[in-house]
Design a protein around this ligand. Structure first.
Ligand SMILES: Cc1ncc(COP(=O)(O)O)c(C=O)c1O
Length: 385
C-alpha cells in the first residue's frame, strides 16, 4: 500500500518486533552489543558498536529516508555535522564548490575558513549563475544550494541547477532545512545529496540538536562511512526526540505556515517595515519559482525595518511573547537579528552580496495562537520610533 506523508511520518521505520512489540520504539542507550560466539562474527550483520549502528538510530534513519522518498538516510549529531560530512564525503583536495552567495552563516564559515585547509575552495555566485555552469572551472565538482535560504528566503531553481551541474559532471548538494521533506523533496528534483539541520522544523521542539543526510544511495553510503570515521552520528536519546518530532511535522508546519502568511501580510502593510521576505506573498519575486518545487511557503518570515539597526533592535527589545532567540523551526516563535547571530561570520562584502542588512529580523513562526503573535508584534512596532 502506497502511504502518504503523514502516514509515513507515523509508521515508517517503526518496528514493534525490535522492541518487545512496543508501539513507540525504545531508546537503546547501549554503546555495545553482545556477540553470541566467535563464529557468528563471520558475516555478522547485527549490532556491535553504536557509533557504527544502533537500533534507535536505524529506525529513525528509515523514517527520514521514507519521508524523502529516498532509499537511505543517516542521522548525525547536528546540521553542521551533516553539512561538513556531506561536503567532505564527495570532495577531495584540489576540488572546488560553486555555492550560491546566500547561505546559513555556519556553512559560510565552514567553506571559507575550514575547507580551504584541506585544499577545497569555494566560489560564491548569485544563484542564477548556477543555471548555466558552462563557465565553471574544471575543478568545480559540487554545486551547493540552500533553498529557501537563510535568512532572506531566496528560492534557487533546483531543476535548473541539477541540469546545469550534471551536464558538467558536477554533483548538486542541497540544504533543505527550511522547507523539510514535507514541503520539498530535492532528491526527486535531481539533487544528489540532501542535507538537513534536523534541529529545526524536523525535530521541532527546540530540545534536540540533530542533522540528516539523504539522497543517492551510493553517496549516502560514502557519507555514512565518513560520519563513522569522524565520529558524528546522532545519539540514541536525540534519535528518539527527532523521530517523535517527525511524527507531527506536517501538523506543525501547516499551522506555522498559515500564521506565517498572515504575519507576512501584516508586516508588508506596516509603515515601519521596508521589506518583507516571504515566498508566499503575492508580490514576492520568488513566488512563481517556489510554486514549481515547493508545496507550501514554510514557517519563516524575514523583514527589514525602515529605521535600520536601531529600528530592528527596538522591536527586538520590546517583544513580550515572541522569544529573542537564535534558532528556528520550533513550536515557539523566535525572532533573531541575522547580522549579530546566524550570520555574524560574514564580513561587510559577503553580507552585501547576500543582501543581509543590519535592519533585518528573522522570524521563526511557532504554533501559538496567530492573533497573540500579531498583538505582540503590534505592541513592539508601536514602541519603535
Ligand atoms: C539552513 C541551515 N543549515 C544548517 C544549519 C546548521 O544546523 P545545526 O545548528 O543543527 O548544526 C542551520 C542552523 O541554523 C541552518 O539554518
Amino acid at each position: 500500500m502506497k502511504k502518504r506523508y503523514g502516514t509515513k511520518a507515523i509508521h515508517s521505520g517503526e518496528h514493534p518486533e525490535w522492541f518487545n512489540q512496543a508501539v513507540t520504539g525504545d531508546i537503546s542507550p547501549s554503546t555495545t552489543y553482545v556477540i553470541p560466539n566467535a563464529k557468528s562474527l563471520e558475516g555478522w550483520d547485527g549490532y556491535i558498536y553504536s557509533r557504527i549502528s544502533n537500533p534507535t538510530r536505524k529506525s529513525l534513519e528509515e523514517k527520514i529516508a521514507s519521508l524523502d522518498d529516498c532509499e537511505s538516510a543517516i542521522a548525525l549529531s547536528s546540521g553542521m555535522a551533516a553539512v561538513s560530512v556531506g561536503l567532505m564525503s564527495c570532495l577531495s583536495a584540489g576540488d572546488m564548490i560553486i555555492a550560491q552567495n546566500s547561505l546559513y552563516g555556519g556553512t559560510y564559515d565552514l567553506v571559507v575558513n575550514v575547507l580551504p585547509k584541506f585544499g577545497i575552495k569555494t566560489l560564491f555566485v548569485p544563484k542564477e549563475k548556477l543555471y548555466d555552469l558552462s563557465w565553471a572551472p574544471k575543478e568545480a565538482k559540487v554545486a551547493y544550494i540552500e533553498t529557501p535560504s537563510n535568512p532572506t528566503l531566496g528560492i534557487t531553481d533546483i531543476r535548473a541547477t541539477c541540469t546545469a551541474a550534471h551536464g558538467r559532471d558536477m554533483l548538486v548538494v542541497a540544504d533543505n532545512s527550511f522547507a523539510t521533506s514535507y514541503l520539498q523533496k530535492p532528491a526527486n528534483l535531481g539533487v544528489d545529496l540532501v542535507l538537513y539541520s534536523a534541529t529545526k522544523f524536523m525535530a521541532g521542539h527546540s530540545d534536540c540538536l540533530a542533522g540528516a543526510i539523504t539522497g543517492r544511495k551510493d553517496l549516502v553510503e560514502k557519507a555514512y562511512r565518513l560520519m563513522t570515521q569522524f565520529g558524528s552520528p546522532l545519539d540514541p536519546f536525540s534519535c528518539f526526540l527527532l523521530a517523535r518530532g517527525l511524527k507531527t511535522l506536517e501538523l506543525r508546519m501547516n499551522k506555522a505556515q498559515s500564521t506565517a502568511m498572515e504575519i507576512a501580510r501584516f508586516l508588508a502593510n506596516h509603515p515601519k517595515v521596508s521589506r518583507v521576505f516571504y515566498p508566499g506573498l503575492w508580490n514576492s519575486p520568488e513566488r512563481e519559482l517556489a510554486l514549481t518545487q515547493m508545496k507550501g511557503w514554510g514557517g519563516m518570515v524575514t523583514f527589514e525595518m525602515k529605521g535600520g539597526f536601531e529600528g530592528a533592535s527596538a522591536l527586538f527589545d520590546n517583544l513580550q511573547l515572541i522569544f529573542r532567540a537564535g534558532s528556528l523551526g520550533g513550536i515557539e516563535s523566535c525572532i533573531s537579528i541575522p547580522v549579530l547571530m546566524s550570520h555574524h561570520h560574514l564580513d561587510e562584502a559577503a553580507l552585501k552580496e547576500a543582501d543581509i542588512t543590519s535592519g533585518m529580523l528573522r522570524f521563526s513562526v511557532g504554533i501559538e495562537d496567530n492573533s497573540d503573535l500579531i498583538e505582540d508584534l503590534t505592541q513592539a512596532l508601536d514602541k519603535v520610533k
